[in-house]
Design a protein around this ligand. Structure first.
Ligand SMILES: *[C@@H]1O[C@H](CO)[C@@H](O)[C@H](O)[C@H]1NC(C)=O
Ligand SMILES: *[C@@H]1O[C@H](CO)[C@@H](O)[C@H](O)[C@H]1NC(C)=O
Ligand SMILES: *[C@@H]1O[C@H](CO)[C@@H](O)[C@H](O)[C@H]1NC(C)=O
Ligand SMILES: *[C@@H]1O[C@H](CO)[C@@H](O)[C@H](O)[C@H]1NC(C)=O
Ligand SMILES: *[C@@H]1O[C@H](CO)[C@@H](O)[C@H](O)[C@H]1NC(C)=O
Ligand SMILES: *[C@@H]1O[C@H](CO)[C@@H](O)[C@H](O)[C@H]1NC(C)=O
Ligand SMILES: *[C@@H]1O[C@H](CO)[C@@H](O)[C@H](O)[C@H]1NC(C)=O
Ligand SMILES: *[C@@H]1O[C@H](CO)[C@@H](O)[C@H](O)[C@H]1NC(C)=O
Ligand SMILES: *[C@@H]1O[C@H](CO)[C@@H](O)[C@H](O)[C@H]1NC(C)=O
Ligand SMILES: *[C@@H]1O[C@H](CO)[C@@H](O)[C@H](O)[C@H]1NC(C)=O
Ligand SMILES: *[C@@H]1O[C@H](CO)[C@@H](O)[C@H](O)[C@H]1NC(C)=O
Ligand SMILES: *[C@@H]1O[C@H](CO)[C@@H](O)[C@H](O)[C@H]1NC(C)=O
Length: 800
């Protein structure tokens, strides 16, 4: 750029603060956020949506492999899921380095996971996009980076490991295990001339049914091979060169029999004592695992593999440019970009690696779970990476094509457990409404067939697909507690939360039906989307420890015969038996939340909900009470939308206040910086969307407007190339001015408190003028987001 122009540009725009874009952004990504206290974030090396995910595995909080909890390191493995609750996922075939065996006796090396676990050197962990490193207490430094299907590790050994009383002679083992110790069977072999270790194993998924088989191929570089062998339990030998294990019935999970193979080397012949290990993975075969490894990393060049990973992340996140605004802390920028980063870890692209069926469609896995991800993850992916969103939706449809059902949760090629409704319906409707006009490749006829199956046909096992209770749903128009349902099996719990989710899913199906011109279906499903009303009990009070909250009218369980059951509206909130509503036979009428929480879940018709709860003032009071009484836990995804539901009562200013109440108090850049499981990036995408100031009502073409946490941002749409910019005027880094006084869209006054996805497709500038006090902007009836029951819906929505 010519120097004079450049200088003027700098003076005019960059003085207040420097725009973060391109490779700058990666400096604001901290993968270690949420790696302790239940975040379960995977902090290791991965490409965007990549299959290979390498990290150090620990024996502490190991759902994501590693945790910043000071626990010991048991190995380094190549595939993980991020942020999940429950048991850990994947972590198959960990490798583990030792500088040598004491007194040079192979039997003095340690083989079982339990005994080889080694402390980390405090302060040695570093993580950045595409890279992770930690030093073991044995003074072995381990670094890792990845390609799509291959992990590359670099070990730096100490010159002379004093504790061994032996010269450096590294041994690297590969273990036939996984993080949850779920191995059903496995085989491993080592090639004595090359040192290559290959193997396979059949394991159980972490939150689903069935099993999966995975293959790996490990090659080493940097030192001359000395000898090879296998190990079983705590003993190792040079012969044989392969072994197979099955479950013996005694040593079953979590105590499976240690077994694996190893290769021992002479001291590395480079002065830095470095060795490399390259591990390819495949769901198809050992041969494919090896060819993935050889083709993706032909030369063991750690720096170039790392550089390619950095480039992939720069390209992925670089669609956003942020001008933080003078005085905005780098902490907030880190919270934002790290949230964005975590939204691009899962689901994993296993295209070409699906052994279950042959197809030319993409195959993504680890939709873990859609119950979590429909609420913010896919909305953010649709904004920043619509190409991946379309591929993911094609993959969901292809799963329907080959397995007969859309998943609500899926991991490791297996069907995962459904937590409520059939929420893939929401994702498909959302994608159609937002990007159908410019995306191709999605067969909407098949998509509609798939969502209609969810609404009409009860599967035999509705704990892993579709919905249960459909006969009651169609005839009684609610899911009864203690239902009579001889048509399928599944947990007969969650009658309240299933009712509201089924209602919303039906709304989304109606939108799709209408868009596709099927008006009869649209009418039918819009009608069914009102079924939440049938479990609303107007005279139900709520008190906390005997003190009345002053609010009446809550969703309540209802029997088949129409009489009411009872569940204390605060039950399963943080104030009462918080952990009593999980997915088990003793679960209650709500899932991971209270009736207080679920009473707010009517995103399809907030106008009717607000009227039902006594009008806008009463509704706002109730929402305030919900946020300030301790009843709401923002660490579970159902808590997201209530932050913004003030918009529907004409009080968008209060949504902005709430967002600032939770950020940064609950979302920050520390290792404990997220309030609950990240669930594949749910917390990350929530905080990123909240800071962008455009929060979606997923399943509808609606973004609720609040002021961004930065002075300005721009997003380039990958499908259209157009740039959408949101700019705050009167922005201050103390966030005193968080109230929109007026707005313009492309220079014209804009008074609606919401906007559609056309903003991202067509580009444009939304300018928000801020002030210190709540104004009348966005408060009038005609400014409010659409509701099923109100007039003036965009796009000719069905009108009651
Ligand atoms: C970690 O290893 C150290 C040293 O071997 C041991 O003292 C400690 O108990 C181990 N901690 C865990 C959680 O395994
Ligand atoms: C990795 O996979 C993605 C698709 O998920 C693809 O776009 C990208 O090009 C692949 N990277 C390499 C280096 O092949
Ligand atoms: C170290 O090994 C040498 C020979 O292998 C042996 O003579 C010596 O006693 C050992 N020292 C210790 C401290 O074990
Ligand atoms: C394995 O390789 C080592 C080192 O090359 C050699 O000494 C040994 O004889 C080999 N063993 C077998 C069984 O081939
Ligand atoms: C695993 O490897 C063993 C040994 O090569 C082989 O016999 C077995 O068929 C493989 N299993 C699978 C599922 O590929
Ligand atoms: C170091 O060892 C490798 C084998 O791992 C060999 O290919 C290379 O030639 C050796 N380099 C030197 C300088 O000896
Ligand atoms: C996919 O096609 C390959 C090559 O034709 C075949 O070997 C394989 O069995 C097929 N897989 C399935 C699941 O149909
Ligand atoms: C879409 O899928 C339907 C079956 O659901 C099929 O009949 C139709 O040919 C497909 N359309 C395209 C363009 O592939
Ligand atoms: C309705 O069913 C419930 C549960 O079976 C029962 O307790 C209640 O007495 C019934 N009510 C009427 C009016 O039959
Ligand atoms: C309810 O009362 C018990 C016993 O006094 C107390 O421990 C608890 O904290 C109270 N809970 C709330 C939400 O006030
Ligand atoms: C609620 O929690 C209390 C105390 O932890 C426990 O005793 C009680 O059984 C729980 N009730 C239900 C219905 O889960
Ligand atoms: C960071 O967030 C966590 C999780 O929500 C919270 O417990 C902690 O208090 C926050 N820390 C700060 C310094 O705000």
């Amino acid at each position: 750029m010519a120097s004079l122009t450049g200088f003027i540009t700098l003076v005019a725009f960059v003085l207040p603060s420097i725009a973060q874009s391109g490779s700058n952004i990666l400096a604001f990504v901290d993968p270690l956020i949420g790696t302790v206290n239940g975040g379960h974030v995977f902090p290791g090396a991965t490409l965007p949506f990549g299959m290979a995910k390498a990290v150090a595995d620990v024996n502490g909080e190991d759902q994501g492999g590693f945790a910043s909890d000071g626990s010991n390191i048991t190995g380094f493995s190549h595939m993980h899921d991020s942020g999940t609750g429950g048991s850990p996922s994947l972590g198959n075939f960990p490798i583990f380095p030792q500088a040598g065996c004491a007194a040079d006796d192979i039997n003095n090396c340690v083989f079982p996971k339990a005994t080889r676990a080694t402390p980390r050197v405090n302060g040695s962990v570093q993580a950045s996009p595409g890279y992770f490193t930690v030093e073991l207490a044995t003074n072995i430094k381990v670094e890792m980076t990845v390609t799509n299907h291959t992990a590359l590790y670099r070990f730096t050994f100490p010159q002379k490991p004093v504790e061994l009383n032996a010269t450096l002679s590294p041994l690297i083992l590969a273990d036939l295990s996984d993080l949850p110790n779920s191995r059903i069977n496995g085989s491993i072999s080592v090639d004595n001339s090359t040192g290559r270790i290959t193997g396979n194993g059949t394991f159980s998924p972490s939150f689903g049914i069935g099993s999966y088989t995975l293959h790996f191929c490990a090659d080493f570089n940097g030192a001359v091979i000395r000898d090879t062998g296998v190990f079983m339990n705590n003993r190792a030998g040079n012969e044989p060169k392969n072994l197979s294990v099955v479950q013996d019935g005694v040593d079953v999970s979590p105590e499976i029999l240690p077994a694996g193979a190893w290769t021992r080397f002479q001291a590395p012949n480079n002065t830095s004592n470095e060795m490399l290990a390259r591990v390819g993975v495949s769901f198809i075969s050992v041969e494919k695992a090896c060819s993935n490894a050889v083709s993706e990393i032909p030369t063991f060049d750690f720096e170039s593999v790392h550089a390619a990973a950095v480039q992939a992340w720069t390209d992925k996140l670089g669609v956003i440019e942020v001008t933080p605004g003078s005085g905005v802390s780098s902490t907030l920028q880190t919270v934002f970009f790290s949230g964005l980063y975590r939204t691009s870890i899962s689901p994993q692209d296993y295209t070409g690696e699906n052994p279950l069926w042959n197809s030319t469609e993409p195959y993504y896995d680890s939709f873990y779970c859609i119950w979590d991800s429909f609420r913010s993850i896919h909305s953010l992916i649709t904004i920043v990476d619509p190409i991946s969103q379309v591929r993911m939706m094609r993959s969901l449809i292809d799963i329907y094509r080959h397995e007969g059902w859309l998943p609500d949760c899926r991991m490791s090629l297996c069907k995962g457990f459904t937590q409520g409704g059939s929420n893939a319906d929401v994702l498909l409707a959302d994608t159609y409404l937002k990007i159908n006009t410019i995306s191709d490749g999605i067969n909407w006829t098949t998509a509609y067939e798939a969502v209609r199956a969810d609404a009409e046909d009860e599967p035999q096992n509705w704990s892993v697909q579709g919905r249960g209770g459909l006969t009651s749903w169609k005839n009684l128009h609610y899911i009864p507690t203690d239902d009579y349902d001889p048509y399928g099996v599944g947990p007969f719990t969650r009658s309240i939360s299933r009712t509201v989710e089924y209602a919303y899913d039906d709304f989304c199906i109606a939108e799709l039906a209408q868009a596709l011109g099927n008006m009869a279906d649209a009418e039918k499903y819009y009608e069914r989307s009102q079924n939440w009303r049938n479990i609303f009990r107007a005279d139900q009070n709520s008190s906390i420890n005997g003190t009345a909250t002053g609010f009446a009218g809550f969703l309540q369980p209802r029997y088949l015969n129409g009489t009411w059951g009872f569940q204390d509206p605060i039950f399963c909130s943080p104030l009462l038996n918080f952990t009593s509503c999980y997915l088990n036979p003793d679960g209650h009428e709500t899932y991971e939340g209270s009736a207080w929480l679920y009473t707010f879940f009517v995103p399809q018709d907030m106008a009717t909900l607000i009227a039902t709860l006594g009008g806008p003032t009463a509704f706002v009071n109730r929402l305030d009470y919900f946020h300030t009484s301790g009843l709401l836990y923002i660490g579970d995804e159902q808590g997201f939308l209530p932050v913004y539901q003030y918009h529907y009562a004409g009080r968008p200013a209060k949504s902005a206040e709430r967002a600032h109440y939770y950020i940064p108090s609950q979302f920050n850049d520390t290792t404990v910086g997220i309030p609950g499981n990240d669930d594949s990036g749910a917390m990350g995408s929530f905080v990123a969307l909240a800071m962008l100031g455009l929060f979606p009502s997923p399943g509808q073409d609606v973004y609720l407007i609040t002021p961004p946490f930065f002075e300005e941002w721009s997003i380039t749409n990958k499908l259209t190339g157009k740039v959408a910019t949101v700019r705050n005027v009167n922005f201050d880094a103390e966030y005193s001015n968080i109230y929109i006084q007026s707005a313009t869209l492309n220079g014209l006054a804009y008074s609606k408190n919401w906007i559609t996805h056309a903003f991202f497709l067509d580009g444009g500038v939304l300018e928000l003028t801020l002030g210190r006090n709540e104004s009348t902007w966005g408060t009038r009836g005609e400014d409010l987001p659409p509701s099923l029951s109100t007039n003036g819906r965009p796009m000719g929505y069905y009108k009651w």
